[in-house]
Ligand binder design. Structure first.
Ligand code: ADE
Length: 214
């Protein structure tokens, strides 16, 4: 599941340049018996299988042994968690040297797995089939904040939510006129001070619209 996002575009380049390192553990490798069982039927009955706490504990211990003494945090991706946002991404990118992301599964996990982690994070108020896509959301949004991962520092500074929670100003490129939708004259004026002022005002206006919507 992680291959696409981590083998295309910015993230693999960052890993190649030694700016970030991704590693994956397959829960199945910690499974029990010859069938490498990772789940079992729920106590009290009911449909579906439940991820075992002992198997998950082994996997987390193995992940911890890989990161040695780095300052780290174990995060469980679950819809019950605190909803992720930009300031959380900043905190996780700055405070820790390593993050262990634990993915749940749609049929459920043993409640005691919650005792194995430091924090629970949700990526929004909806339920997905597993924690893998949420883990990718964290990986992407946190990695891009690490120094050197994006091309230029400007692309971070001018950007959505970083400038005191302002959204990015609108951008345009050629063609000049697309179906009567034209590029604002100011952007073609060459007056950099005025362009700067216009962009700031646009950012504020966009941010106000966003706040009203949400
Ligand atoms: N697992 C399933 N749904 C999720 C969500 N919204 N956030 C994090 N993990 C999840």
């Amino acid at each position: 599941m992680f291959k696409g996002p981590l083998t295309e575009s910015i993230l693999p380049r960052a890993q190649k340049n030694g700016l970030v390192h991704f590693d994956f553990l397959n829960l199945r490798d910690f499974g029990l018996g010859s069938r490498k069982k990772v789940d079992d039927t729920p106590y009290g009955g009911g449909a579906g299988m439940v991820l075992r706490v002992d198997v998950m504990a082994e996997a987390i211990a193995a992940a911890k042994s890989k990161i040695k003494n780095q300052k780290s945090k174990v995060i469980l991706l679950t819809p019950q968690g605190k909803v992720f946002n930009h300031s959380k991404a900043v905190e996780l990118s700055q405070k820790y040297e390593a993050l262990i992301l634990v993915c749940g599964h749609y049929e459920g996990f043993d409640e005691r797995i919650r005792n194995l982690v430091d924090e629970e994070i949700s990526i929004g108020e909806y339920v997905l089939t597993g924690g893998e896509i949420p883990a990718m959301v964290l990986i992407d949004s946190i990695s891009r904040l690490l120094p050197g991962v994006l091309g230029t520092t400007e692309s971070l500074n001018a950007e959505s939510f970083t400038d005191g929670q302002l959204l990015e100003y609108p951008q345009y490129t050629r063609p000049d006129d697309y179906d009567n939708l034209t590029v604002p004259e100011i952007l073609k004026s060459g007056n950099h001070a005025e362009i700067e002022t216009w962009r700031k005002a646009q950012s504020i206006a966009k941010s106000q619209i966003y706040k009203k919507r949400n």
